[in-house]
Design a binder for this molecule. Sequence first.
Ligand SMILES: Nc1nc2c(c(=O)[nH]1)N[C@H]1C(S)=C(S)[C@@H](COP(=O)(O)O)O[C@H]1N2
Ligand SMILES: [Mo]
Length: 326
Amino acid sequence: MLLGKPSDISSSEITPRDDYFRYLSRRRFLKGMAATGAAALGADRLAQFAVPQAVHAETRLQTVKSPLTTTGEQLTSYYDITHYNNFYEFGVDKSDPAKNAGGLPTRPWTVKVEGKVAKPLTFDIDDLLKLRPLEDRVYRHRCVEAWSMVIPWVGYSLSEFIKQCNPLPSAKYVQFLSYFNPKVEKWSYEDATIYWPYSEGLRMDEAMNPLTLLTFGLYGETLPNQDGAPVRIVLPWKYGFKSAKSIVKVRFLSKQPRTTWNDQAPNEYGFYANVNPNVDHPRWSQKTERRIGQPFYAQRRTTLMFNGYSDQVAYLYKGMDLRRDF
Ligand SMILES: Nc1nc2c(c(=O)[nH]1)N[C@H]1C(S)=C(S)[C@@H](COP(=O)(O)O)O[C@H]1N2
Ligand SMILES: [Mo]
């Protein structure tokens, strides 16, 4: 049970990191009160703090500042980032992952590396956490469904990990495969036509771009299960579905891999899927987006080419025809 008034965690509040941790420690203090001297406060006074939610189980990560962080954006609230999710293995509604992902077994956890590498490797999650300093990186997040958030992720550039994998020159693509266990993720059966396990992929140069983040946390703490614990990928210039969660396998390949949404509907979800306001989804416009947490009457935002990261990534697509990139 979370002990914090819903109004404490309203979406529109500014939650810079310090405020956020003040908020968290207050929440923990209240939790302690509930366990010990709750009666002193009076049940009626405590009741107002009770909203149904799993116990907050995330742990604090040691992080450093990052030159690659996005500035000038108001962060989306922790509550919205962790309760408005796409994680189809745990259900199709935005509120499903927060309710259903609790059983995802995030320890022990390994990431297997195979394919076009000098030799196959297995990384333990706790070693991955120590491989490089963990950076705080704020990124805009734009879902193909035309909504967006601003999320303070924690991680390091995927390129640092790839260097440890010793890919062969024949490795032209990287594929990411998510944890898949229908016993845990019963909801994945809801649509048996989906290509499981969840698969995503990148061209090698995209994977090596410094913005591509191997992600272990958000708001300075380990990832909640619903956001892809214990490790995921984050690609801020691409539609959200490219950012595969709860990764167990990384494959280096000579050919473009099959990917879940591209497989599902190739005319709606491309392999590149770069954020592009000039190419509409066949069923809706991509020119604007709804920022999650803003009041319903707030104006929609103009979607930016490459989600505003052109300076860092446009070079990757020089000469490519992006007019059919969904
Ligand atoms: N394994 C897996 N990864 C996934 C998805 C999914 O359904 N399964 N959904 C994708 C989509 S569509 C989005 S928008 C983001 C959402 O990430 P968030 O819930 O942490 O904001 O995760 C992506 N990664
Ligand atoms: Mo998405």
